[in-house]
Design a protein around this ligand. Structure first.
Ligand code: DX5
Ligand code: ZN
Length: 223
């Protein structure tokens, strides 16, 4: 699965930019509050407006403080998947239950230096794990390949039935890095600059999906 990140799109033309990636599996929307990360993007009113203009399932990545209070609004608005950061959530188990009760999938994200092991019990309550492969805050950064160890761990836990979730990766994914991520066992690839800097974003999505698919098939099946 490929989830283009509109962080690299033209914010004045978001509906058109969503249409430009028709065929994408999810539309990744980065919400930043200038507190949890040193950048400010958009919030619930923009997400609500964009939801009225696209049928692509929306993947909201909340890089915000106090997600226990604010994440529910994105689920109620109709986002398909709502991801919060484990570093910011006070009660991530309760938060996941609230997101699911509001009709969304619940996602948990870990920054590059955040280990997985302390959160394995919590992850049993989540539908997606978003492994950050750059420090959250900005698009166009270089891929941190060390995080692939966490992807491999998560993949193994899913394949052995100890966790039931999609493994998603975010940051620095492009044609040079997607194969290593696919090899490690990623299910869903977020790509911002690699998609929106292309002349034809929809074609870039299809090309990335094909590239990852070849590797997944080779390592024993598409997840
Ligand atoms: C970064 C965001 C990413 C960003 C990825 O904090 O979470 O979703 O858009 O952009 P690229 O693909 O350019 O690294
Ligand atoms: Zn993101």
């Amino acid at each position: 699965m490929i989830a283009p990140s509109i962080l690299s799109a033209d914010f004045a033309r978001l509906a058109d930019e969503a249409a430009a990636v028709a065929g994408a599996d999810w539309l990744h929307v980065d919400v930043m509050d200038a507190h949890f990360v040193p950048n400010l993007t958009l919030g619930l009113p923009v997400v609500e407006a964009l939801l009225r203009h696209t049928d692509i399932p929306m993947d909201c990545h909340l890089m915000i403080d106090d997600p226990d209070r604010w994440a529910i609004g994105y689920a109620e608005a109709g986002a398909y998947n709502v991801t919060v950061h484990v570093e910011a959530a006070a009660d991530p188990v309760k938060l996941a239950a609230n997101l699911r009760a509001a009709g969304a999938k619940a996602g948990l994200s870990v920054k590059p230096n955040t280990p997985l092991e302390p959160y394995l019990e919590i992850l049993r309550h989540y539908d997606t794990l978003l492994v950050m492969s750059v420090e959250p805050g900005f698009g166009g950064q270089g891929f941190i390949s060390e995080v692939l160890d966490k992807v491999r761990t998560a993949r193994r836990l899913v394949d052995t039935g100890q966790l039931t979730l999609l493994v998603e990766i975010d940051g620095g994914i492009n044609q040079d890095t997607i194969e290593a991520a696919a090899e490690a066992g990623v299910d869903c690839f977020v790509a911002g600059s690699a998609v929106y800097s292309a002349d034809d974003p929809a074609k870039a999505v299809a090309a990335l999906r094909a590239q990852a698919g070849r590797v997944s098939a080779h390592r024993g099946g598409v997840h």
